[in-house]
Design a protein around this ligand. Structure first.
Ligand code: Q5B
Length: 256
């Protein structure tokens, strides 16, 4: 006898019940055989649309430029620390991913949200900065620990230059660059950073704000896996901080 049950979940992006998965209706085999690439799969699974060749090229460049930024950033460092403690790949990568947040790498969504808010509401830069200061704090997508006007971020220049060369409308990117002009004068490391640039470009090509951190998470996972494999290959030892790296400010040993 057939029993009717209410569905437990509802999905609108993929279906694996045939002989292969379909992404938003497109069979994976057709996508691979007809010249589509990873950015197209992202477009189908994150935004339910088959993106254009030009949009795919922009996404590919974003991913390549943000795949890794060396061992010293919070994410890579956490993965390396975990790898050296003997932690397995998925957990060590998860440790790195957990670091992606409002200060490091995870400012893409909010940068996109606020730049879009400013553009949609036709805000002037000064008005936007005052609004952010009053209501939200540091502007996501602005500022970098080591990059500055004197030490520019080549990734940002490259992406901006490429997108600008396409002669497409980029209201968010244009606004973000105007914001940088004001903030970087106040303090020279308050530049438009990689999170903010990705965000503005991705909003300009129509990606939903909520998907934006996904671009950093996905790309940086490539680097985090690399760091784990690298430590494994070197048979690296457990890391323990040296005392001289710590400012011991606790009270000196004393009698009870
Ligand atoms: N101030 C990124 O700051 C950082 C301000 C600001 C207004 C701002 C900071 C920030 C927004 C979040 C963001 C993405 C924490 C960064 C990334 C990927 C990466 C990483 C890598 C990679 C750096 C000192 C003074 C204070 C602040 C003021 C700072 N930012 N004011 N709007 N946005 N940005 N994150 O150096 O008066 O002295 O109290 O939160 O977009 O993560 O390579 O490392 O690929 O891996 O730590 O590129 O900018 O300075 O926070 O001590 O601030 O500047 O209010 O003012 P710092 P702080 P005051 S890209």
């Amino acid at each position: 006898d057939e029993v009717m049950v209410a569905p437990l979940i509802r999905t609108t992006i993929s279906d694996d019940r045939g002989d292969e998965p379909c992404y938003d209706g497109y069979p994976a085999s057709e996508l691979i055989n007809k010249g589509y690439e990873i950015p197209h799969v992202i477009g189908l699974l994150w935004d339910k649309r088959l993106i254009s060749k030009q949009e795919a090229e922009i996404i590919k460049r974003i991913m390549m430029l943000s795949a890794d930024h060396g061992p010293c950033v919070s994410g890579a460092y956490a993965t390396i620390l975990a790898a050296c403690a003997g932690i397995g790949l998925s957990q060590a990568v998860a440790a790195g991913l957990i670091m992606i947040g409002p200060r490091f790498g995870g400012a893409v969504t909010d940068a996109g949200r606020f730049f879009k808010y400013a553009v949609d509401n036709k805000m002037a830069v000064d008005e936007f900065l005052a609004y952010m200061k009053k209501n939200h704090g540091p502007v996501p997508g602005i500022g970098h620990r080591v990059k500055s006007l004197r030490n520019p971020d080549k990734r940002v220049k490259e992406l901006v230059g490429y997108v600008k060369s396409l002669n497409i409308k980029t209201p968010c990117l244009d606004f973000a660059l105007e914001v940088e002009k004001v903030t970087a004068v106040k303090k020279d490391n308050l530049i438009l950073n990689v999170d903010g640039t990705m965000a503005a470009v991705l909003v300009d090509i129509g990606f939903p704000v909520d998907s934006l951190n996904g671009f950093f998470i996905l790309s940086r996972t490539i680097g985090l896996i690399g760091h784990w494999v690298d430590q494994k290959r070197q048979e690296s030892r457990l890391i323990r901080l040296f005392d001289y790296l710590v400012n011991y400010a606790a009270p000196k040993r004393r009698e009870v």
